[in-house]
Design a protein around this ligand. Sequence first.
Ligand SMILES: [Zn+2]
Length: 490
Amino acid sequence: ISRQLWWGHRIPAYYCDNCEHIVVAKEKPTVCPECGCTTLQQDPDTLDTWFSSALWPFSTLGWPEETADLKFFYPTNTLVTGWDIIFFWVARMIFSALEQTGEVPFDHVFIHGIVLDENGVKMSKSLGNGIDPLEVIEEYGADALRYALVMDNAPGNNQRYKEDKLKNGSALINKVWNAFRFVMMNLDESLDFNALSFVKDDPAIATEDCWIMSRYNQTVAEVTENLEKFELGIALGKIIDFFWDDFCDWYIEMIKYRLYGDDVDERSSVAAQYTARSILIGALQLLHPFMPFFTTEIYNFLPGIKENDELMLTDWPTFDPELADKDSEKQIGIVMDATRKIRAIRLEMNVPVKRKTPLYVLPDDQVIGEIFLSGAGYLDRLANVSAVELVQSAEAVDDNAVSGVVEGAEFFIPLESLVDFEQEIKRLAKERDKLEADAKRFKGKLSNKNFVEKAPEHVVQAERDRLAGVEDMLTKVIEQLENMEKNLNK
Ligand SMILES: [Zn+2]
């Protein structure tokens, strides 16, 4: 149990200079009980590190003195450590605490994995495969490092160190920072936000406000539940899904028209500002334990937050059953799904950004139909839908319409609204001419007897394959061209 170190508890054994008798005592003896000699030397060795570490839960609080800290903090709640020192450290703290204080020192032990290098090898000084956290922090920031250590990690599991995760952490900070700047630029600083509240029935409150409040509320419940289970990775994932997708990508897009533009309704604008600010604060509170630095920085910029207010000292958000709103979640859910699919169709068909298209909807029932009709504004702003019209059957829509499916409805977009036929015909004709020229060139080469007879067989075959490929594309282009011409002449 002895170690030759300067750092540690020195072994309380004393050797008599005269008769070499050994005394073990709390205090240094003044005389040797054997020979009466008064010169004794303490053993220069220290106890093993884990002996000292075993005292950690109470000695750090001032034990053996009955300090205020010891009274208040001991026993503690949660000990956090890696699995590799459960026996070395955790077990010793428990029996040493029981011996010295008569109490178990903590209720929970949260055992996390250890960080391995990119190849899955344990980091060590001798292998030189470790990373210097200070260098990582210098490059990516402490918040990004904390993110990388928590994200996608389950309790007890080892994880490989991946630089990509640091980049993802930085990207998240940028995303939230941009959302924060957008909200800041659109908050009317003359408003007393602390005097406002969220009133669901207020006509100024829009469906997207109820939706984001409901989603936020649900996120609070899920994050809290997972934190209590020590599922830190899942909790962080839930916060990011909400913050990044729901808030930054959707809600902010949805409220833009209420904040600026030609016909802003003042009350609707205030409701959107209030909701955006409240959600931003709530999301910062949820993210704070994971990424404390930039969340603190942002928080104190918000109007209505005093300079000395500390995000860290605010109350943890709690689930409010009043905010749960299934109707708005259903409506916005369908709008989002339809928007994603319409955007994908437009992207695939290379539709110019500004071109608007009508949308024909075949709903499963009246409720879904109503959702589409009342969601026409969203679809206009988010997916460039010029008008929403309900149809009774697919036959009511032109055959060449492009279709998609969302939960509870099928939708159609007329082809002519997506495609500029004349321009498409020009493009296809150009493509056809180029392919015809290519085909002619390959045919010329293959009809040259000199080439066909003298070149190696595989070279000739390669030319034949290329000709076949070009002819195949040509057939398709001509077919598309004929289709377009038919559509144009309709
Ligand atoms: Zn002696």
